[in-house]
Design a protein around this ligand. Structure first.
Ligand SMILES: [Zn+2]
Length: 396
């Protein structure tokens, strides 16, 4: 009995050693985040990824070619196997991309895995891209090179058309490369809008050719308050900005991943960094400095100054030229009215436009509506839609 156990143990060890000598085998798991709507296993068998696997896309389809290139890169990163690309969808050991799925939801896709091939068919190239993300996320993070995808049929589509995430680079600057990493993470999670918060009291991050001091002066603050204590500062300069060329590269990088970049230029509040460079745009004329503390600033753009509206429109013109987004975010929130109450130019415009205080709004609140409406008309005349913060200003 004892000898038999030793024998079986030694045999087990032998088999274990033999198994380890083979390439470790890994099986994909389709229960990923976000969980596909429908996962069904229809047949036995599995697709084995290996060095001969090819990815096919329809000839002349640039969007699916880009999807195919990204899939090859994702597979390489996960398995060190880089499939070659082809426009010939015949044969076996193929991952076939197409965008002919009939579905009213243009971001829907169907993913079929069998022993001989994987096919990902989207209702658009974006749908195909989300099928690619599901396939990619199904690969376990074990580093194994021998990878099997079990047979499956997945039908999936997003519940929401606008799936966004915001990155505030004004308060905390992120480098060009870090922004690309952020977009990679959005793509991994099937997000399709990148809300890029580019300007605020604590920093201006986008090059505007007509106003060079926005990047020379407004992009840098000398230090930052520590935690919640406005009496303690870290003594470290903080800043940075993106050139228009870099911003365009980000737009392209995001578009390749089926993500639209929605830029935010916050106004008429949240503008202290800009005022530090162009103090004539404020009610008092300054001097102002790029804010080193958090919270809502009393200093805002002077709504009574004609040059302010011109400045805002000049900036937005360049921004709309960089970003083809259907939306443009202009904040409009947290705009205290104390400086407008004391400013002769703001008060003169209130009088000229007949903006009066009533039981619903003060004259200064109506002045903000006047300012925002003018900007809104300008933006819509240029073909973009407006998105605003809703806490302090509402279109009437
Ligand atoms: Zn003013």
């Amino acid at each position: 009995m004892y000898l038999k156990q030793i024998f079986l143990g030694a045999l087990g060890l032998l088999f274990a050693t033999f198994a380890q000598a083979q390439a470790p085998k890994t099986t994909a798991n389709y229960r990923v985040v976000p969980l596909p709507q429908e996962i069904s296993n229809t047949s036995a068998g599995a697709f084995a990824l290996n060095a001969q696997t090819r990815i096919a896309y329809p000839k002349g389809n640039a969007a699916l070619q880009k999807d195919a290139e990204l899939l090859a890169q994702y597979l390489f990163e996960a398995t060190k196997v880089r499939p070659t690309l082809t426009t010939n969808a015949q044969g076996r050991n193929l991952i076939v991309l197409s965008a002919t799925l009939k579905n009213n939801n243009k971001e829907a896709y169907r993913l079929d895995v069998s022993k001989d091939r994987i096919s990902i068919n989207g209702a658009s190239a974006a749908g195909t891209f989300y099928g690619i993300q599901t396939l990619r996320k199904a690969i376990p993070q074990t580093g194994a090179q021998k990878l099997f995808f079990p047979s499956v049929t997945i039908n999936d589509q997003p519940r929401f058309g606008y799936r966004g995430a915001m990155l505030d680079v004004a308060r905390h600057f992120f480098s060009f490369e870090e922004v690309k990493t952020f977009i990679d993470i959005l793509a991994l999670h099937n997000i399709n809008r990148f809300h890029w918060h580019l300007t605020d009291d604590q920093g201006w991050r986008i090059e505007i050719k007509k106003y060079p001091r926005l990047t020379e002066v407004s992009s840098m603050r000398p230090e930052t308050m520590v935690g919640h204590d406005a009496s303690k500062f870290d003594g470290k300069p903080h800043g940075g900005f993106y050139t228009q060329e870099q911003a365009r590269a980000i737009v392209k990088y995001a578009a390749d991943r089926h993500i639209m970049v929605v830029p935010e230029i916050d106004m008429p509040g949240h503008m202290v960094a800009a005022l530090a460079a162009y103090p004539e745009l404020g009610c008092t004329g300054g001097p102002y400095k790029v804010r080193t503390t958090w919270g809502v600033a009393e200093d805002v753009l002077c709504a009574g100054n004609e040059r302010t509206l011109k400045f805002a429109k000049d900036v937005l013109s360049e921004v709309m030229n960089i970003f083809p987004s259907e939306y443009l975010y202009i904040g409009g929130d947290e705009c205290p009215k104390s400086s407008w109450e004391k400013c002769s130019r703001c008060q003169a415009l209130i009088k000229e436009k007949g903006l009066a205080t009533d039981e619903k709004h003060t004259a200064e609140e109506r002045l903000q509506s006047y300012f925002m409406s003018d900007i809104a008309n300008f933006i819509t005349a240029h073909g973009a839609k407006l998105a605003v913060g809703t806490r302090f200003w509402r279109a009437e």
